[in-house]
Design a protein around this ligand. Sequence first.
Ligand code: HEC
Length: 463
Amino acid sequence: MKALKIVGVVIGILLLLTGGGLAVGSALANKGQAAFAEGLTRSGYAGPVDGKVQSVAQSEPVIVTVSYTDNQGQSQVGQGAFAGGRPPQVGDTVSTYYSTSDPSQVVVISLPGPGDLSAIADILRTAAIVCLIVGSVVLLAGILGLALGKKQPAAVGRGPTYPAGPAQQPPAADMQRFTDFQLQVVEPPNPVRNLDNSLTSAQQSGKNFFAGNRPSDGVSLGFQIPGVQTAFSCNGCHELDPAEGEFGTSKNASFEGIIPQMFKIPHLRNMYTKVGMFGNAKVHAFDAPDSGQVGDQIRGFGFTNEGASPTIFHFITAIVFHPTLTSGFPLINPNNTRRQVEQFLLAFDTDLAPITGQQVTLNNANSSVVGGRITLFEQRANAAFTSKVLGGNVKEIELVAKVVQGGTSKGFLFNPGNSTFVPSGGGTALSDAQIRALANTAGQEVTFTAVPTGSGARIAAIK
Ligand code: HEC
């Protein structure tokens, strides 16, 4: 990097010198042919020679690469600013002046009629201005780079170092152990979803569109070709079937058009973890407008495999979901439905009921605050729930209560069948009122925990 900055400074100085020389040249051109040639020589340039245009960068200033034969008969390739009227095309023959000290530096001039020195003066003046501007910028950037570069502490920007040697794959047995571990990992309960597992009305409307009859994607023919499906609802691809362990993927792949490859259909139970990305520009594959500056990115990967969409709303304005008569989002007020679908996806089902993991402690002063939550725990411990990893048709949670009574730790597991708390290790079950009454004694707080179905007995046990 430092070498680049030094090159910047050198090129900057060279361009400034060239610009100065050209400016002199332009003044001299008015004084006659001989003086013109002399001025160019003085600024270190020889020419004109015929240059063949290799490439043209249509930026401002126009930079041209030419091949030419210098006055010593050497073949050279040079690059430099173009001055004159219309920029040349690749293959054109152009009037080329080259720096005698560095033949890769050229100035390409579109010569007007021969001998028209006043026009040449104009051209040289333009070239001079170009060189002076570019030179100043490059020089400044180079100097700034060097100055700022120096201030950086030596360690900043260095990546980790790895031991030398051939790359090694983990042994197959280690990979298997890792796979076995990873297959145990379960997505957490969705923190956006209501604790009683209900949907808000917006989420419910979103779900109705998600799983409804109207195809969101594809071509709706209006008739059926046997064995061929041409259009899908969201759920047609992103299948929600907790009994099968499917939370947004049918385990198929599809070609989406906006991503140039076949893609596995992703599950949708972790959508809420991806929010927080900065805004979006208007791009042709999406109907969503430019969001404008929305501030610094705080967190959030964004949506789709490469994180290109900042929000679900933006993603579902993709042209594949464009409202038409028979498919896509509704023709009337499509954004309203998009917002509802977004609400639903952020609250998407997971393998664990939303209340899983919640915990509350009842003491002799807070029953008005936590009492309702304990009642909710008891209800959810008796609410039907479907989850493949939890064993199929189960209850949402199991409810454990713990208390230290007269110096002895006790654990209870809630029995939803008769609403009693059964002591771990045997003994008389307590009613709901009895277990709450334990907390009336100072120092005898009761802690209630909503645990995953199947883990209750283990967690209630006192070791
Ligand atoms: C034809 C099958 C198909 C249909 C229909 C479909 N999707 Fe998708 N969806 C995909 C595929 C494939 C991807 C993965 C694209 C990628 O990541 O590049 C995807 C990605 C997504 C993502 C991003 C997921 C992530 O991990 O970031 C969301 C959100 C999504 N779809 C929502 C929807 C909604 C809402 C609908 C209905 C309006 C819908 N999809 C309809 C196939 C489909």
